[in-house]
Design a protein around this ligand. Sequence first.
Ligand SMILES: [Zn+2]
Length: 342
Amino acid sequence: MQFKAIEGQTLVANRLTLSVDEGRVAHAQMLVGAPQATALAIAYAQYLCCTNRRHYEGDGQRADSCGECPSCRKFASLSHPDLGFVFPATKEGHDDVSPSQEHQADFVKFLEESHQCGTYDDWLAALNIEKKQAKIYVADANFIVDRLSLKSYEGGYKMMLIWLPEKMMNDAANKLLKTLEEPIGQTLIMLVSADSSNLLPTVISRVQTINIGTGAEAEPSDETKALFVSWMRLLFKLNMRALSDTVDTMAAMSRDQLKRFLVYVLDQFQRSLMTHLAGDNQPLGTGDAKFDQSFPTMVTTNNAEAILNAINNTIYAIEQNAHAKIALMALSFTLSKHIKNR
Ligand SMILES: [Zn+2]
């Protein structure tokens, strides 16, 4: 899969290709959001391994894999020997047998037939086990650890895509912690989650999370845009009373509204990053021309990763029913610090 085949995800694609070009590939990353997260993860791995990466001028997509080199051709058939898959399945055989290992061919076929956009329910239907529960078991975790401890076949990255880690048994997740933290050699572990709210905090804390949204969000309301602009302006002044009022307005939203708002904020920072770092003009469209022009310069290579992580962590905390006001105040101080120390 090339990025160009994935609709409506240019911002995330640009962030991913930029991280490869700048040599900042975190070894454990999680893409959260349906339904294109799987395709994005595979396109990312393909780009990482491509021997003839393409770069484009102008706005829009900044780069892509070539789609033609030997590595890209192996990705096209999902048969790259250094790319493994682990996913929920049902346990049929002995406890030591990894259901994922047993079903690799079925899963590859499912990815192909679903254009890498299938859901958990689609997968159960493909296996004809609609009424059963599929899980990721300890034997699957052992499969991951064993596979990633081997040498890479092609001399490049060893890659493992863990599909729907929220279906992982706790004891399996615990087996993985060390590998997530310090894998051996050049390794990329990609977690693709449709719902990260059920994941263990010990897993979340070891991966870099990228919330991708659905790609089909409604245009934010004028109120949402105005709230974002006034919040960001307050981070410079740190007028505590006004900041407290603004945070109260955000904390009064429903969890879902607040999550959508924070995804919008995340998107604005990603746009700023692409505009400022990659010269790829991504208008913020807040309706405040002065703000739209000056704000992107606040995001630099020094602070971008910390800012994006802080917002992602807050989204996760909100999903976990954290106290909204406290989480938003903490986020405000973190953002303020990073924007000032850019
Ligand atoms: Zn290629």
